[in-house]
Design a protein around this ligand. Structure first.
Ligand code: GDP
Length: 532
């Protein structure tokens, strides 16, 4: 008998799928680990940390790449808390892999933004929030490192409002920072959460004291109490109260304060997620029987937001990370891509925080790893009918363009295959110049290019150098056939095709893009592209 919709609903409605975004060093890795510890998903500190520290040097990063099993099992971390199932999507820390991060955000229903309390909003934060905006993902803010000297709370909140154009609603108010950090007042319970300063490197213990009672005078001095009460009063007066709708629409962010390293405020954050993070959201479809996939729909459908190739160098296997948008997936199910390829999914992988397991079933909101032999690409939609294509999985214009030069010209054909297959993972982009047919690799940073060269050598046995190219900026171009033709005619040597065959303008500078835009007002120059 088919399951009732209520039972299906109960399962998908328990999912909470989110990602943590931050500028490097704000504390994302530390917070990931402490969240998992607080939720009881891992027992030992150090499991996530080891990864975080390893990635800091390139050689370590390459080593991790080789031991792909580890990084894959950590790409999604699933844990249960308060009867909910959380899927924490890991995003690469290194900024050179930010495109991967951007796309991972398309699979998240919510984000935690971590700020360093001494630094506020940093450049990478800004960019990541812009990406969240593409789908109006709700953002919960965690201001980290209050055990160190911090900016004033109002200064921090202003910074978020000004730089990110995001309304803020503090849910707590901190008292002091660094050596003077005493803890936070909790608006909801009207309690003070006391930070008990640990002896060196210990995890802090916290204790809750009612703000109104006598006991508060024993833990805070009169000055401190005044500081907190004034802060709370001013915050209440000047800043909006938490509003669920406004949060869910991505306009207002509830703000929490703490120290990931000392595990202070992390339990509160775990509860905040359970209280506020929305369940699986409807997924817009570019093509299909309707224009949206609802998580409660019967048909199983999902999309690939990340692919990792060649995890085992002896087999050209790949794991595609599929975020389910609707339906109840059962192991062995046949799913189709919109292009008509059929895949029997016999060994999908689910990722528990400390382990990975073969999944028997999965629901909307879940992420499963689907091993395949290169059939699946980033942006592909899988569904039972094969009729769906989700929208909103963008490619971002790369910020660094390099020309691929072969040491052995006889290997040109092999190189094409290797570059295409690595580009299909979606980490780097591949452009082929219309005139001359040279390959240009687009990446977000130099490390990505180096990793690419290394992988072409290791996995395909081809010696390739990625050297400077005359191009600086790539923009997808679109317009009427006549306009495009006129533009391409005028810029023959600077037009390339991307891996889907779409035209791209390879400009020598951002200035050139602006100049061309003025000359060709009917052409649209785009820094992002959705697969069509
Ligand atoms: P990521 O780059 O955002 O993943 O940041 P990490 O989690 O690797 O943290 C960067 C550095 O900040 C590390 O040295 C951490 O130990 C330190 N750190 C993280 N959270 C805190 C905190 O709450 N307080 C203090 N004092 N240091 C922290």
């Amino acid at each position: 008998m088919p399951m009732t919709s209520a039972a299906d609903g109960a399962q998908w409605a328990r999912r909470r799928t989110y990602a943590i975004i931050s500028h490097p060093d704000a504390g994302k890795t530390t917070l990931t680990e402490t969240l998992l510890l607080e939720a009881g998903a891992i027992r030992l500190a150090g499991q996530v940390r080891a990864r975080g520290e390893n990635r800091r040097t390139q050689s370590d990063w390459m080593k991790i790449e080789r031991e792909r099993g580890i990084s894959v099992s950590a790409s999604v971390m699933t844990y249960e808390y308060r009867d909910l199932i959380f899927n924490l999507l890991d995003t690469p820390g290194h900024e050179d892999f930010s495109e991967d991060t951007y796309r991972t955000l398309t699979a998240a229903d919510c984000a935690i933004m971590v700020l360093d309390a001494a630094k506020g909003v940093e450049p990478r934060t800004l960019k990541l929030v812009e990406v969240c905006r593409l789908r109006d993902i709700p953002i919960i803010t965690f201001i980290n490192k209050f055990d160190r000297e911090a900016m004033e709370p109002f200064e921090l909140l202003d910074d978020i409002q000004d730089k990110l154009a995001l309304d803020v609603s503090p849910m707590q108010w901190p008292c002091g920072s660094g050596n003077r950090f005493k803890g936070v007042a909790d608006f909801k319970t009207h309690e003070f959460v006391l930070y008990k300063r640990p002896d060196d490197s210990e995890v802090s213990r916290s204790e809750r004291v009612p703000l109104d009672g006598e006991a508060i005078h024993q833990v805070l001095s009169e000055d401190e109490l005044t500081e907190v009460s004034e802060g709370v009063d001013m915050a209440r007066e000047l800043l909006p109260a938490f509003d669920r709708k406004s949060f869910e629409e991505g306009h207002l962010s509830p703000v929490y304060f703490g120290s990931a390293l000392r595990r202070f405020g992390v339990h509160e954050l775990l509860d905040a997620l359970a209280d506020h993070a929305p369940g699986p959201q409807p997924q817009a479809a570019a093509k299909g029987p309707r224009d949206v996939l609802e998580p409660g729909d019967k048909e199983v459908a999902g999309f690939v937001f990340k692919v990792q190739a060649n995890m085992d160098p002896n087999h050209r296997d790949r794991v595609a990370f599929v975020r389910l948008s609707s339906g109840q997936f059962k192991r062995g199910m046949k799913l189709k891509t919109e292009g008509g390829k059929t895949l029997s999914v016999h060994n999908p992988i689910l990722f528990f925080a400390s382990d990975r397991e073969i999944a028997d079933e999965a629901f909307a909101g879940d992420v499963m790893g689907v091993p395949n032999h290169g059939v699946l690409r980033v942006g592909d939609t899988l569904s039972e009918s094969g009729k769906w294509r989700v929208s909103g999985i963008p490619n971002f214009a790369p910020e660094m363009l390099r020309r691929a030069r072969l040491k052995d010209p006889l290997k040109a054909k092999h190189l094409k295959k290797a570059l295409e297959s690595l580009a299909e993972e979606g980490v780097t982009q591949l452009f082929r110049l219309q005139v001359g047919g040279e390959f240009i690799i687009g990446a977000v940073g130099a490390l990505q290019i180096e990793v690419m060269a290394q992988r072409v050598a290791d996995e395909y046995g081809i010696d390739v150098v990625f050297e400077a190219s005359p191009y600086d900026t790539a923009r997808w171009i679109s317009g009427s056939d006549a306009d495009l033709e006129a533009f391409i005619d005028r810029h023959k040597t600077a037009v390339a095709e991307d891996i889907d065959g779409d035209p791209v303008f390879m400009a020598k500078s951002a200035w050139e893009v602006n100049y061309s835009q003025e000359k060709f007002p009917n052409i649209t120059f785009s820094a992002t592209k959705e697969r069509s």
